[in-house]
Write a new protein. Structure first.
Length: 136
């Protein structure tokens, strides 16, 4: 069952988009923020995080592959084939993994976005997060 989102008939004109971009650049300049420097630092931090956390990501993908797809290694599977035995799989972990993922989805933290300039814009709302299904 897919959610249907209302289609907005109104769209921004190219002039309005250009005006919004000019205001954004002016605000960054007024605050003394170099956008390329910020993006460069963010990219550097992202690469550092990925290199630090890469082993956990790989292990998590291997665990999910074990739970969802294949519980036998290639060597074990070939041995079953050689002996003319079926490679039986009893997936008792799938329900537990789904329960834990659902619990994590329900108990997600509310993150607040703070302004770089320190001024309140009045839009302090919880940030959006990727869904657990996107991660799994």
């Amino acid at each position: 069952m897919e959610k249907e989102y209302p289609v907005k008939e109104e769209s921004l004109s190219p002039d309005e988009i250009n005006e919004m971009e000019e205001r954004r650049v002016e605000m960054l300049d007024k605050a003394g923020i170099d956008e390329r420097d910020v993006l460069g630092k963010a990219n550097e931090h992202l690469n550092e995080w990925n290199s630090y956390f890469n082993e956990n990501i790989t292990r998590g993908k291997d665990d999910m592959n074990f739970v969802i797809r294949d519980q036998w290694t290639a060597i074990e599977r070939s041995e079953f084939t050689r002996l003319f035995k079926p490679a039986m799989t009893f997936n008792k972990l799938y329900d537990n993994v789904k329960k834990i993922a659902g619990e994590q989805r329900k108990n997600k933290p509310d993150l607040l976005v703070r302004s770089l300039t320190g001024k309140d814009t009045g839009t302090n709302k919880p940030a959006s997060r990727p869904s657990t299904n996107d991660i799994l």
